[in-house]
Design a protein around this ligand. Structure first.
Ligand code: FE
Length: 129
């Protein structure tokens, strides 16, 4: 089998695991723009010690290029762990992050998220220049 065969995809408005990419539809070449990636925008995903989103990766696939390029990796590290026990901790990282990037030409952003018990999920958004 191949890893790609295990990556799930769906409409983020109906499936809480699907990463949501928010950024301009069109940007200028070589000019920074903001990108927000999150999981659970419409239907919140649980954030407990036993069940949470571990990380989101973002890749850029330039139009006509064979390869993808990783542009961000965000780790969500706190999920209620504590010496008192699971879900007794003082901090929780929410599965959302904002970063700045720039591109030299058109392409597609691809987000990949990992739920610790429900595996890998992907979504994509085209960017024109
Ligand atoms: Fe899950």
């Amino acid at each position: 089998m191949k890893l790609g065969e295990t990556i799930q995809s769906a409409d983020w408005k109906k499936e809480k695991h699907v990463p949501v990419i928010e950024c301009p539809d069109a940007v200028a070449a070589n000019e920074p723009f903001m990108v927000q990636v999150s999981v659970g925008k419409e239907i919140p995903h649980p954030n407990t010690t036993e069940h949470h989103i571990r990380w989101i990766d973002v890749y850029f696939k330039p139009e006509g290029d064979k390869f993808i390029y990783q542009v961000a990796h965000v780790e969500f590290s706190a999920h209620g762990e504590s010496v008192k026990g699971a879900n007794e901790g003082p901090a929780y990282t929410n599965p959302s992050a904002t970063f700045s990037m720039k591109v030299m030409g058109a392409g597609t952003l691809v987000a990949l998220s990992l739920c610790n018990i429900h595996g890998l999920w992907e979504s994509s958004k085209e960017i024109t220049v």
